[in-house]
Design a protein around this ligand. Structure first.
Ligand SMILES: [Zn+2]
Length: 233
């Protein structure tokens, strides 16, 4: 088989043919949205729908409160928190660390990929601040049934908790609402680590950008972007 025949034979395999060899950097960093269906790419979205049906049997109503998010949306969140925490007197790296307890630097969020979602149960009375770990893990928490159900069932549908409560995990705090569609997200992470450079994401409108140096970014990639459930690495 010559090279051309070999390439044609690869392209004839449907699963491979659909996947680009490398994911566009603008998609990895939230500048361009992938093709979406209810906030997720098609494959995770279909799987989410199947999981939702299954959860409904246990009287749990799964709902994606946040799926795909663009770079622009993430910068609104980031700059908003930057202003809020600086008005409380935080400065420099401690301000950045405070933002990154729960929020990603724009251009580094897994929500840019259409593979990740923050999931709630809308069959219960919604609290004011749904993204609060105690709602999930405390036995009296409003989302405790959801959390337990997801622990036992989500992986069957390809969804894994990204930011677990494992004390050895680095980066963001425990986020018992955030799930990743493993097979797709692993490919995105791999390309992210390989191809995304600081210059693609450090745009003029990013507040605190003078603190985001090359050294900061390389540590951030190691500790935050890769500070994940080992099943997602
Ligand atoms: Zn999230």
């Amino acid at each position: 088989m010559n090279r051309q025949q070999f390439l044609l034979s690869i392209l004839a395999i449907p699963a491979l043919a659909k996947l680009p060899i490398e994911i566009d950097i603008d998609i990895l960093t939230g500048q361009i949205a992938p093709v979406l269906r209810f906030g997720l790419q098609k494959e995770p979205s279909k799987s989410f729908e199947a999981m939702k049906k299954e959860a409904a049997k246990a009287k749990i109503k799964l709902h994606i409160t946040s799926g795909y998010r663009s770079y622009n949306k993430q910068i609104e969140i980031w700059n908003g928190k930057y202003d809020r925490y600086s008005s409380k007197g935080l400065k420099g790296i401690s301000l950045i660390k405070k933002i990154t307890e729960f929020s990603a630097m724009p251009g580094t969020s897994r929500h840019h990929w259409g593979t990740d979602a923050d999931i709630l149960d809308i069959s219960v009375l919604q609290p004011k601040n749904p993204l609060e770990p105690s709602h999930y893990v405390s036995s009296k928490g409003i989302y405790n049934r959801l959390y337990e159900w997801m622990l036992h069932n989500s992986e069957r549908f390809g969804f894994y908790e990204a930011y677990t409560d494992d004390p050895t995990r680095t980066g963001y705090e425990f986020e018992p609402w955030h799930y990743s569609y493993k097979t797709l997200a692993i490919r995105y992470l791999k390309d992210y680590n390989r191809n995304v450079k600081l210059s693609y994401i450090k745009l003029p409108q990013l507040k605190g950008k003078e603190l985001i140096t090359e050294a900061f970014f390389s540590e951030y990639k190691r500790d935050y972007v890769n500070g994940l459930n080992p099943y997602l690495q």
